[in-house]
Design a protein around this ligand. Structure first.
Ligand code: DAK
Length: 260
């Protein structure tokens, strides 16, 4: 069953996986404040709910999201931008502690491309196009695009995308590490869901620690990243799931992880 919000659809939890579908097709899923607040709210709830182990986020077959809602943005002056509640919603999305997997078909532009970069794994249909066309509007990316893009695709391609506003294909996005796999468009959601279900069977504390430590690599030195990894590794030695995983291997049986 799909639960209807104003701008998104949210599935029931199925074997630990929740799916969010961006649902403003008439506006190419433009990320107005309402839509972002709904995504942030669902992720906040999913973070608190032990039954959710991974979340898939997707759009429709033609568009993932065409960016911030330009019509809504047009109404904001500098003070409006300064006090923009979307900043908080983006932060809540970035702070989601469980795996977030994006299935992207069609356009992922501006804030849509930035939302893709908030996902931990990205599966793209071969019709996907990624871009940061904000420059055409006299602005620059505002939800982490300059920073996350450079760290993801490197300087030259980040500059090319942000300065020229040109789009890249799914295959190019994969070559540059923005996307991990490219599928036919009909399969991207299925593949993302398959991965989410696989991750949902893994020990949840280890999964969350892995995500946290991997993301820290973006913003810390190698030395402090390695130190954080060691601490997380040590902490996991105190979990029942670690004992269960090792015992199951020794006894040649499937592990039964309990999240403890
Ligand atoms: N906003 C509002 N409506 C949009 C939209 C958008 N970003 N993109 C498309 N639409 C609407 C169009 O207005 C049109 O609606 P009607 O005019 O028919 O009512 C409908 O969706 C279909 O669009 P088109 O007729 O243009 O369709 P085409 O297939 O010809 O072209 C397109 C598709 C995606 C290439 C084109 O629509 C396009 O270029 N869209 C704009 C893409 C763009 O510039 N995106 C970047 C937006 S700026 C911030 C955080 C983030 C941001 C800012 C601040 N803070 C936290 C402060 C992010 C900024 C951005 O993303």
């Amino acid at each position: 069953m799909q639960h209807e919000y104003q701008d998104i659809l949210v599935s029931d939890i199925s074997s630990g996986v929740l799916t969010i579908t961006l649902n403003r097709p008439e506006a190419y899923n433009a990320l107005r404040t309402q839509l972002l607040s709904e995504v942030a709210e669902v992720l906040d709830q999913a973070a608190q709910n032990d039954d959710v182990r991974a979340v898939v986020i997707t759009g429709n077959e033609k568009v993932f999201a065409a960016g911030a809602d330009i019509k809504e943005m047009a109404a904001l002056d500098a003070v409006g931008v300064l006090n923009d509640p979307r900043v908080l919603h983006w932060r809540r999305i970035a702070q989601f502690s469980k795996p977030l997997i994006a299935a992207v078909n069609g356009f992922a532009l501006g804030g849509g491309c930035e939302l893709v970069m908030h996902a931990d794994i990205v599966i793209a249909g071969d019709n996907a196009q990624f871009g940061q066309p904000e420059i055409n509007l006299g602005i620059i990316p505002g939800a982490g695009g300059t920073q996350r893009l450079l760290r993801t695709v490197g300087k030259s391609m980040a500059m090319q995308l942000v300065l020229s506003g040109e789009f890249i294909s799914a295959a190019q996005a994969r070559d540059f590490g923005l996307v991990s796999e490219v599928t036919i468009p009909e399969r991207s959601l299925e593949r993302a869901t398959e991965l989410a279900h696989k991750i949902a069977t893994k020990p949840p504390i280890a999964v969350r620690q892995a995500k946290e430590v991997l993301l820290k690599a973006y913003e810390t030195t190698l030395d402090s990243g390695l130190s954080l990894e060691r601490k997380a590794f040590t902490l996991l030695a105190a979990t029942e799931d670690r004992n269960e995983g090792i015992a199951a291997f020794m006894e040649k049986r499937k592990p039964n992880f309990t999240g403890k």
